[in-house]
Design a protein around this ligand. Structure first.
Ligand code: G6P
Length: 615
């Protein structure tokens, strides 16, 4: 939530910062702002409610010169989205500007103390408290910006990634992080910092991922300096090379990032599987599992923690790990996990699934699991993010940057990695027979082509979507492996079309949701010809006999279902555990086109953010 960027170098800072904000807009987009340092030593701060494009309009005709600046795109936590609450927040004298991603928990107490010292506040934000505190410390201690920031942060409880600059000091930006991400890109005579690497890659592929409780000084004429917030001693500056290209961050001819990401799935799944299925499907090689064989042999129980779409992938993972590894698996919302008195021991493996690798609740859950002695395994997409850096081992899904707020290719990548993990650990434990491994692994190796075939439904789904544009409620039903697919289908529709949709286990429908069924509420039923197919047929009949409208996702040639359901979408047959990957694709497209028919902003749906770095 919220994206921050900072720039110091030779270029026009405004251009770099605006371009960076556009890359980070997926993190929040209710207001944006920028602070620039001009050669005359003045601090120019511009803000606008709305998107980065609104900021650009607001700045038209203003002085945007300067080679240093900081900028912010906001997802409101404290205070409504408006110009006053937008960042940068400035100190009382106007001489210090600050951008912040995170939340300051003790801001109330600090605010009262500062007010007693004569400080007045313009905004409702927690961030303004921090910038005022920095000014107060600077003035009372007569110290420089770095020391004032460091001392202030020592008084702060909460999460933050910040960048701070001051008037009359066109050579220094101070940045720091605790529980919110911050990456510093090191170019030739220029430095760019950001909440993730996407604003950086156009300028340099050399980056430093700041660690928690580190503070960095970006100075025009000196190399990057990183220090420990606690000891003030220099910390190692570990320069990594980015594996990301600018092309991955563009729409590549598609109307939206979401559509591009749906259509990219054949390639992203290929990248996800590459090198992991060997000997014609006889073996699955996942280094995270193989390097920790004993953990997977000794384990009593696996607990998977995740949020949102990743939680749906976790439910599928539970099923397949139990099938292949005969290990009991529990799935927890990361946000509930630590408040549910979790009983975790050193015989547990805790798997954290997260596209961004930055979700605050998931991070907090793994911290607790680690403290209780569990072996913690991460399944993430963003390389070098906080979760992979804070786990004992893990696997990247390697699907490339996902920019559309509604997750699509990351979901199919997560399910793919969970399948690989189940097969690999099952082999290690001797709980899955060679025939099953080969059948599933070979089908998984073909899944990129299978998904390519499913994408041919595009036009048919686009047409079908028009029938449902004005529905107010949807029911999504599935059983077994496809109950989570139903949840995910419903979530996609809710997120981007703002239509209410409920995912339900098909057989549970009779215990409540059946009361809702009428001709106005479409029911989407995932009904591949699997072990539960006959039972799902009964559910279709129950809906039809109450006047409901049914769209069934079926395997080819299912004439019986074609007669029963109002509409059928055919997906290729695959082993049962792989049906969620294949069945989720038409549901992504259906949600997409319904949302487009309603003229929604599918890449940036209202109120949502891609990466939720606050509790
Ligand atoms: C937000 C996003 C979802 C995502 C969830 C978990 O709510 O909008 O798309 O599934 O966070 O994010 P993570 O990065 O941990 O998978």
């Amino acid at each position: 939530m919220c994206g921050i960027v900072g720039y110091m170098g030779k270029r026009n800072a405004y251009d770099v910062l605006i371009q960076g904000l556009k890359r980070l807009e997926y993190r929040g987009y209710d207001s944006a702002g920028i602070a620039l340092e001009g050669s005359d030593g003045r601090l120019r701060v511009y803000k606008a409610k709305g998107k980065v494009a609104d900021l650009e309009r607001a700045v038209e005709g203003q002085d945007i010169s300067g080679t240093m600046g900081i900028a912010h795109t906001r997802w409101a936590t404290h205070g409504v989205p408006n110009n006053v609450n937008a960042h940068p927040q400035c100190s009382q004298s106007g001489s210090i500007a600050l951008v912040h991603n995170g939340t300051i928990e003790n801001y109330g107490l600090l605010k009262t103390a500062l007010m007693q010292q004569g400080y007045t506040f313009k905004s409702e934000t927690d961030t303004e408290v921090l910038v005022q505190l920095i000014e107060y410390v600077k003035e009372t201690n007569h110290c420089n910006l770095f020391n004032a920031v460091r001392e202030s942060l020592r008084q702060i409880e909460g999460a933050y990634a910040i960048a701070v600059m001051e008037k009359d000091n066109p050579d220094t930006i101070v940045a720091a992080r605790k529980s919110s991400p911050l990456v510093v890109g090191i170019g030739e005579d220029e430095t760019i910092l950001a909440s993730d690497a996407t604003p950086i890659v156009a300028f340099t592929n050399k980056v430093v991922y700041l660690q928690d409780n580190e503070i960095a000084v970006i100075h025009r004429d000196r190399p990057l300096q990183v220090l420990s917030l606690e000891t003030n001693h220099p910390a190692p500056v570990d320069i990594k090379t980015l594996q990301m290209s600018v092309a991955q961050l563009e729409k590549g001819g598609y109307d939206t990032f979401m559509l591009k990401e749906i259509f990219e799935q054949p390639e992203t799944l290929r990248d996800c599987i590459r090198g992991r299925i060997v000997d014609d499907g006889a073996r699955v090689v996942l280094s995270g599992v193989l390097q920790n064989k004993q953990k997977f042999l000794d384990v009593n129980r696996i607990v998977i923690v995740a949020c949102g779409t990743s939680w749906h992938a976790a439910l599928i993972g539970k099923h397949i790990i139990q099938d292949m590894c005969k290990i009991p698996v529990e799935v927890e919302y990361a946000s509930e996990f630590r408040y549910s008195g979790p009983v975790i021991t050193d015989k547990d493996i805790v798997i954290a699934i997260s596209q961004s690798g930055e979700t605050a609740d998931t991070l907090a859950a793994i911290q607790l699991a680690k403290n209780k002695g569990a072996f913690v395994y991460g399944i993430c997409n963003v390389v070098g993010a906080s979760i992979p850096r804070n786990t004992d081992s893990g696997t990247y899904i390697h699907v490339g940057p996902e920019i559309g707020v509604a997750s699509t290719k990351a979901f199919t990548g997560q399910v793919t990695v969970l399948t690989l993990l189940a097969l690999c650990a099952g082999q290690v434990r001797g709980t899955v027979d060679a025939g099953t491994v080969r059948t599933v692994a070979q089908a998984l190796a073909r899944i990129p082509d299978t998904v390519r075939d499913v994408l041919k439904l595009d036009e048919e789904i686009q047409k079908l979507s028009r029938t449902f544009t004005y529905a107010h409620n949807f029911l999504y039903l599935g059983r077994g492996y496809n109950y989570p697919t139903a949840l995910e289908g419903a979530l996609k529709l809710k997120e981007i079309s703002y239509i209410h949709a409920e995912g339900y286990p098909a057989a549970e429908m009779k215990h409540g949701p059946i009361a809702l069924i009428d001709s106005e509420m479409p029911t989407i039923i995932i009904a591949p010809t699997d072990s539960l197919y006959d039972k799902v047929v009964n559910n279709v009949q129950q809906v039809k006999s109450r006047g409901g409208v049914v769209v069934a996702i079926v395997n080819p040639g299912n004439t019986a279902m074609q007669e029963m359901a109002d509409y059928c979408l055919e997906i290729p047959e695959v082993p049962e555990c792989l049906t969620p990957i294949v069945a989720s694709v038409p549901l992504q497209l259906l949600a997409y086109y319904i949302a487009k028919n309603k003229r929604r902003n599918v890449d940036q749906p209202r109120n949502l953010a891609k990466s939720v770095t606050v509790e």
